[in-house]
Each structure stands twice: as C-alpha cells, then as structure tokens.
Design a protein around this ligand. Structure first.
Ligand code: BG6
Length: 474
C-alpha cells in the first residue's frame, strides 16, 4: 500500500493564534484573547489566575496575531502555490456568537468564513474545520463558569448546528474540539475554567470533559443529519509515553498516562466510557453528573475518523525523583537520552509518530489524520525575509518518512497530513512569535513589532515538491 492519490496534504492554523482582528466585525472576546506573554501565561492557562479582561502591563499577542483577518486572501494564495489539497483552520466561536448564548448568530462573522471557504474551493483546497480550537467566549466564562456548566453543551451544539448548516456544501471535514485532552492540563485554555477556592479541581475537569464529550457527539450527529457527506473527527494531543526504565511500574505509568488522553478518544470513537475511567472516578471519589440520555447520545454518534497532533513522545516514571531532569513540555516528561531536543526542549522522535499511528489504528480501527506536526524553531531571515530552514526540512522529512512507513509497511489507514503553523503564528504554550513553524515567514516579533509582511522560506519550495510528488520526493 502506498499513499493514496487523494491523500490530503496541507497545513494547519487556528483562529486564536493567527486571525487577530479580535474586536472587528462584531466579534466578542474569547478566552485565548486574554492569554498574556510572560510568566503569568501558564497560571492563566491553568485556570489558576483569573484574567477575564485585558489588564495594563501585559502584552496579549492574540489581539493582532499575524492579522490573518486582513491577510487571508494573500495567505490562501500562498497555500495554493504550495499545492495544498487541504487547509485546516478553526472558526472563532465569538466571531459567530459574540457572547456565546445568543439565539441569532453574527452575520458578519458567518460571511467572513464563507468568503474564505469559497476562496479555498476556488483553489480546490478542501477546508478541514475545527469548530473549537482553544476557544470559549468570555461571556460564557463570566456568566456560566465555562465548560464546568452543563449549559455549555447547548450553546456549543447551537453554534455547531449554525455553522454546519450554513457551510453545507462548502465544508465536509469537521473536527469538534481541538486537543480535547488539553482540558486536563490547561483547563482555562481547553475549557474556559477558572478555579475558585475550595473547588474540587479533578472533579470539575472531568465534569467539563463529560460536557465536551456529549457536545462533541451532538455536533457529530448534527453534521451527519445535515449532510451525509460530512465526515467528523475527534482530535487528540498525541505522542505516546515511554517508560523511563523497563521496571514494570514505569511501564504501568506509561500505560496510565497514555490512557489520560485515550480516555477522550475512547468515548468519541467507541461511543462509551471505558471501564478504567469509571473505576478511576469511583476510586478517586469523583462524582460526575450525567443526564439520563447522555449514554445514548454518546453511543449514537461516534466520530468517523481520528485525528491527532504529534510533536514528540514523552518519557515517564513511577518514581517522582526521576523527574529531576524534566523537559520543557506541557505534559510532564523526563528527558529521553536517546532523542535530541528542540530549542524549547520538545524531544524529536520521528519513529514515535509511526508507533503512535499504529497504536491509534490498533485501538480504533478508524481512518486517521495527522492534523498537526512540525518544528518550532528560531529563524534568522535575510533582508528579504528568506530563511534557510534546513533544520525544519530535516524534521519534516523524517516525520513524513515515518508516516509513510506506517502506511506502506504497517497498513495504517491515513487520510492526510497537515503541518502545524504552515505560516508562522503565535505559539500556544508561550505566546511567542519567535517559536516559528511556517513555510512562510511573517515579519512580527515577540513584542508585536514588524510589518506583518509574508515571505517564503526554503521549506516552501521543498514542501511544494513533496506534495507534487505525493510524498515520493522528500
Ligand atoms: C498544539 C495546539 O498544542 O500544539 C496548537 O493545537 C499549538 O494550537 C501547537 O500551537 C504547538 O504548540 P506551541 O506551543 O509550540 O504553539
């Protein structure tokens, strides 16, 4: 088996990290607009520091981001030039429903994306649309407490129904919630949750997870009802966990950590809670409120395909002392001496991608889609904005070879591949612009200075050839 001739090659971005124009066209404020750069970012992202409006003394990179709001047409032109077959993007929830709880959507917001989808189709680029990528309207946080509140299920379902109906015929591939397992690690980013004193954090996170899982199943149901051509996917922050040693306890730890993420996908792909999760709730005394129809909703609408992001693998141990040498990852991970690291401490592991693909395919037996992968690195452009990013080409080449092996040697069913940040954008974890992933350089720095001018890097022409040869020329 080789890569299918219809294999979907392309790139990915998200509204909150690229669009900017946060108050343009009637848009409301969203959680991610309120993530500052600097040391407080982590606390805000974790829901430990309340930041529900812009405050003096902070810099908020999402306000302008790379101003795709104004540059979309130019950027799509460049994606088309690279030969993209697919472009993964997200809708900004608060552009469609500025507060989140309105009955009527914001027409200007709907029209904005309609124009984009038409432009993509003009270039025969298939849109792959994430309904919520780290995105909760701030009003829903202030008024209802974010996804901890059951009401969010209805607000999200109404939003999903609105966009799925409106873009019928323009959008066929939908992802319900980006990196749904991030909710456990960054509850404000993943679920608009700000903790209050006395909160049972674990219970709140899993309650919010239940709401998101039900909402995701409802969106899947709606998409199938609106158009039987629609395909809906779930989305995991992927990358498997390795045991630090072959001690059985370390292996068990690795299994447990993998399950923290699989938990979500198990429900979304199989339509029911896995036993290990129900046992965990029981063991830890977590009371998760579920309504009587929820089981049926989950069972009735499993996703059609499974997507994930892959940047690195992680290494874990049962012994807390082993974490003395932790890496700069969002997930706790010990440094793996067999792997090199990026400048941000993410461990580069191309074979880990093939292994992850196999694990996911063994587990779900559904088509897979790698919707994020890439190297965040510091680029040094010449005076024309050209970057000799051989390091990026090298990273991508190895990862593409690895997924080709998974398809050609192991027989994994893979629909497509979208590299993360195909155009430079704001980093989710740090808010930096200097952590760049793109084939296209954007002149903007960590303090918001720069012309926003776009220019092609060396990897631009390289990726164009990769796509044109359907992955034969790496
Ligand atoms: C994933 C997210 O976590 O990884 C993206 O879905 C994010 O939004 C990407 O940008 C890379 O992480 P970072 O922190 O380097 O931007």
């Amino acid at each position: 088996m080789t890569l299918d001739k219809n294999f979907l090659w392309g790139g990915a971005t998200a509204a909150n990290q690229a669009e900017g124009g946060v108050l343009e066209g009637g848009r409301g404020l969203s959680n991610v607009d309120l993530l500052p750069t600097g040391p407080d970012r982590k606390k805000v992202a974790a829901g430990e520091l309340e930041m529900l409006e812009w405050k003096e003394g902070y810099y908020y990179p999402a306000k302008v981001a790379i101003d795709m709001y104004q540059h979309y047409m130019e950027d799509i032109q460049l994606f088309a030039e690279m030969g993209f077959k697919v472009y993964r993007m997200s809708l900004s929830w608060s552009r469609i429903f500025p507060n989140g709880d309105e009955e009527e959507p914001n027409e200007a917001g709907l029209l904005f994306y309609e124009t984009i989808f038409k432009e993509l189709r003009k270039h025969t680029i298939e849109p792959l649309v994430t309904i919520a990528h780290f995105d909760v309207p701030v009003h829903l946080i202030k008024e209802y407490g974010g996804w901890r509140n059951r009401r969010l299920v209805d607000f999200y379902a109404h939003y999903a129904e609105t966009v799925i109906k409106r873009y019928k015929g323009l959008v066929k591939y939908w992802l319900t919630i980006n990196e749904i397992n991030i909710l456990l690690h960054q509850p404000f980013v993943g679920g608009g949750i700000v903790f209050k004193e006395g909160d049972n954090k674990q219970e709140i996170k899993y309650q919010a997870a239940h709401h998101q899982l039900v909402a995701s199943a409802l969106a899947t149901k709606i998409a199938h009802e609106v158009d039987h051509e629609n395909k809906v996917g779930c989305m995991l922050a992927g990358g498997s966990h390795y045991p630090y040693t072959c001690r059985p306890e370390d292996y068990q730890e690795a299994i447990n950590r993998d399950r923290e993420g699989y938990f979500f996908i198990d429900v979304q792909a199989r339509g029911k809670y896995p036993n290990y999760a129900l046992k965990k709730f029981e063991r830890e005394g977590l009371t998760i409120q579920m309504e009587s129809g929820d089981k049926d909703i989950l069972a009735a609408s499993p996703v059609d395909f499974v997507t994930f992001s892959y940047y690195c693998s992680r290494t874990v141990s049962a012994n807390p002392e082993d974490y003395a040498q932790a890496t700069g990852n969002l997930f706790p991970s010990i440094k793996n001496d067999y792997l090199p690291s990026t400048e941000w401490g993410w461990q580069i592991d191309p074979l880990g991608l093939r292994n992850s693909l196999n694990q996911l395919y063994d587990r779900y037996q559904k088509p897979l889609f790698i919707v994020e992968n890439g190297l965040g690195a510091v680029d040094s452009p010449d005076k024309n904005g050209y970057v000799e990013d051989d390091y990026r080409i090298d990273y991508l080449k190895k990862h593409i070879q690895s997924f080709k092996d998974a398809v050609e040697i192991d027989g994994v069913e893979l629909l497509g591949y979208t590299t993360w940040g195909c155009i430079d954008l704001v980093a989710a974890s740090t808010g930096q612009m200097s952590k760049r992933y793109g084939f296209i350089y954007v002149d903007r720095d960590d303090e918001g200075k720069g012309t926003l001018k776009r220019s092609k890097k060396k990897s631009f022409d390289w990726y164009k050839k990769v796509i044109a040869s359907n992955g034969d020329s790496l």
